[in-house]
Design a binder for this molecule. Structure first.
Ligand code: AMP
Ligand code: ZN
Ligand code: ZN
Length: 410
């Protein structure tokens, strides 16, 4: 009997783990892909054979509703932490922190992005690494920073010049690693549609062509997975951080029509302006509060509860929020040089209540139902969902698993 057991054990040692990590539903790899600024209705704007394959074989939400403000960093970080911006600390793309006495800003080469002290919540790759799963990121906002002492096992500092194909090929390369090194969690990120959307507007031919370019890029991934015979075994989540709404030089709100700009410092501009009075808040607030019918003014702590935008030291004493299609600027800046052109054709950042701010959510693979078209969901719930798919115990967050259960196969 002992001899039989010994033979059985030896057989296990020789053949390795009976569960190949990429071939079992419960331990399949998860890839999350973000297409910045990909609005919920973009799939229907042009031919997208590869997106269609993922949607038809998987689950799709009517929209992925962003958190406020509907900007890139606040929402990418909400997606991977399950926390509202006021709880993860990145309440804008540009911020001032009164304790650090420092500014945060995004963009290639940004030093603060790399500094983990700015982040108050745990991203999914940190949760994974802490629980002995391997995470690798081919770009995702803040995945290049050390957070809570942890980094993805492999990661890249953001460089927008890396081609779309190279990003996909890196994911495939990671999937070719031997099972002991192979990541369970992977991410990648594409800014292409956001750039084109700002520049030409969401209804332009250029946006349609950018959608087709992203479709080809996803097709390359799908083909790579198919040639490895793992397309049905890997979980893929396709998301975006926000949508896009047209703007116009006829829909401008000029702060210098109402206040003396020497009395304030404006940390971030449009469509959500973060205003720091240099002296008393009250006189500035009084001048701004009913200044323009297309601009809401919130004194700190008084923003509507549904925006979850009250409780962080980086939220400034006055927040001005433009209505959809409107922009906040100053007459001085607008009239100077070509700045009105620099504003572009479209933007985001607006109240998530506008359908135009909605992004996308598609899930494909063993964790997801096939052929399901579900309701819109708020992006705070994706962290819990990813933890469930990966078998991780989630850190504290603002989401719940019930909100995404409809998309999951079990
Ligand atoms: P937004 O200005 O809100 O439309 O944000 C989009 C921009 O965010 C992109 O065009 C990039 O320049 C920037 N971005 C994206 N990922 C990163 C990153 N990991 N580090 C720094 N900047 C980034
Ligand atoms: Zn974005
Ligand atoms: Zn953008």
């Amino acid at each position: 009997m002992l001899f039989v057991l010994f033979i059985l054990c030896m057989a296990l040692v020789i053949t390795g783990c009976p569960h190949d990590e990429n071939s079992e539903g419960s331990s399949a790899a998860l890839i999350i892909i973000s297409m910045d600024g990909f609005r919920w209705d973009y799939f229907d704007k042009t031919d997208t054979p590869n997106f269609d394959k993922l949607i038809d074989g998987g689950s799709r939400a009517a929209a992925l509703i962003p958190s406020f403000p509907s900007k890139t960093f606040p929402n990418h970080i909400t997606i991977v932490t399950g926390r509202y911006p006021e709880n993860h600390g990145i309440i804008a793309n540009r911020m001032y922190d009164p304790i650090f006495d420092k500014y945060y800003y995004i963009g290639q080469g940004s030093a603060p992005v790399l500094d983990g002290k700015w982040y108050d919540a745990e991203p999914i790759w940190v949760t994974a690494e802490k629980q002995n799963q391997t995470a690798m990121t081919m770009f995702w906002p803040i995945s290049e920073a050390e957070i809570m002492g942890v980094r993805p096992s492999e990661y890249f500092v953001y460089d927008g010049s890396v081609s779309h194909n190279d990003r996909v090929d890196q994911l495939l390369k990671w999937l070719d690693y031997p099972s002991t090194k192979r990541p369970r969690f992977m991410s990648t990120y594409f800014s292409h549609l956001d750039n084109i959307g700002h520049r030409y507007g969401p209804d332009s031919e250029e946006v349609k062509s950018a959608i087709r370019e992203m479709d080809r890029t996803i097709g390359r991934l799908v083909n790579g997975l198919k040639s490895r015979e793992i397309f049905q075994k890997v979980n893929i989540i396709l998301v975006s951080d926000h949508g896009m709404a047209t703007t116009s030089s006829d829909s401008m709100i000029f702060l210098d029509d109402y206040i003396n700009m020497d009395n304030v410092s404006v940390v971030d501009w449009t469509p959500v302006a973060a205003i720091r009075p240099k002296g008393d808040v009250e006189p500035i607030y009084e001048k701004l509060k009913n200044a323009h019918p297309k601009m809401s003014i919130y004194k700190k702590g008084k923003a509507p509860a549904r925006l979850h935008y009250n409780n962080h030291r980086r939220i400034q004493p006055i927040t001005a929020v433009a209505d959809e299609h409107w922009s906040i600027s100053t007459r001085e800046y607008f009239n100077e040089g070509d700045h009105n052109e620099g504003l572009g054709q479209a933007t985001h950042g607006y109240d998530p209540i506008y359908p135009s701010m909605g992004g996308v959510f598609v899930g494909h693979g063993p964790a997801f139902k096939s052929g399901l078209s579900g309701p819109g969901i708020t992006n705070i719930h994706l962290y819990e969902m990813m933890c469930k798919i990966l078998g991780l115990t989630p850190a504290e967050n603002d989401g719940n698993i019930d909100s995404t259960r409809v998309f999951l196969s079990q």
